[in-house]
Design a protein around this ligand. Structure first.
Ligand SMILES: *Cc1c(COP(=O)(O)O)cnc(C)c1O
Length: 224
């Protein structure tokens, strides 16, 4: 493969349907490489460590129109910097965290866009709501009026085959539809944040509106 990073990113970007927003996952990617991605048209960057993102935000402050997406586990002591450094938080995984973010958002005068992370199949290595838990928490989530709850995020368990993975994505889509039909005042289900390098074709097939791609854009990382 002799193509430059920029050419590779452009090729993948242009292969996606225009309805799908590409979040370039840049954990462990240098800000120099992120400039190549920016030059290739990327405006959405996803990070899973606040400190690492904060450094890159300073290094890239001359690029004004980047949207920063937090995709990692939000530790409760990091909820405030998560709001301060990111416009989107894809990984809101409990009512307690949502309520904490809501209170902080009010104090900070912010209204972050968030996705609710769901676990369609049980998976001890992942956090997120189970379907029944989420349905039960909806009315309290609807009271988190400083958050713009905008959709669902999911990560299928590892080692599923394609049809099992596709099924997880379809069930996530169906859950979003079920929630949307409740017509809650503050909860919108516009986004389905699902699909990573290994499974984004399946996610798009099931209706993903945001895919979070790292490896396929930037190459293998040193550690997960
Ligand atoms: C690392 C990560 C990604 C990107 O994964 P790739 O397989 O490198 O595309 C997407 N989403 C989340 C939550 C991640 O942590």
């Amino acid at each position: 493969m002799s193509s430059s990073p920029q050419e590779r990113i452009i090729a993948i970007r242009s292969s996606l349907p225009s309805s799908v927003r590409l979040i370039a996952v840049t954990k462990q990617v240098t800000s120099d490489m992120m400039r190549h991605a920016y030059a290739a048209g990327i405006r959405d960057f996803g990070e899973n460590r606040i400190q690492e993102a904060a450094i890159k935000q300073v290094e890239l402050q001359d690029l004004p129109d980047i949207t920063w997406h937090f995709i990692g586990k939000v530790q409760s002591n990091k909820a405030k910097p998560a709001i301060e450094h990111f416009q989107w938080i894809h990984s809101v995984d409990s009512l307690k965290l949502a309520q904490r973010l809501d209170g902080l958002a009010q104090q900070l005068g912010r209204s972050p866009l968030v996705c609710l992370q769901v676990k369609i199949l049980s998976d001890p290595s992942k956090s997120g709501w189970t379907i029944p838990q989420l349905l039960e928490d909806l009315s309290q989530l609807d009271e988190c009026t400083n958050l713009q709850i905008n959709g669902l995020m999911t990560i299928p368990p590892l080692r599923l085959n394609d049809s099992e993975t596709l099924n997880v994505f379809y069930r996530t889509r169906d859950l979003a539809k079920e929630i949307q039909e409740k017509n809650l005042s503050n909860i919108k289900m516009h986004q389905l944040s699902m699909g990573m390098s290994g499974d984004y074709h399946l996610a798009i097939q099931a209706g993903a509106t945001m895919v979070r791609l790292g490896t396929i854009l930037f190459g293998e990382r040193l550690s997960p």
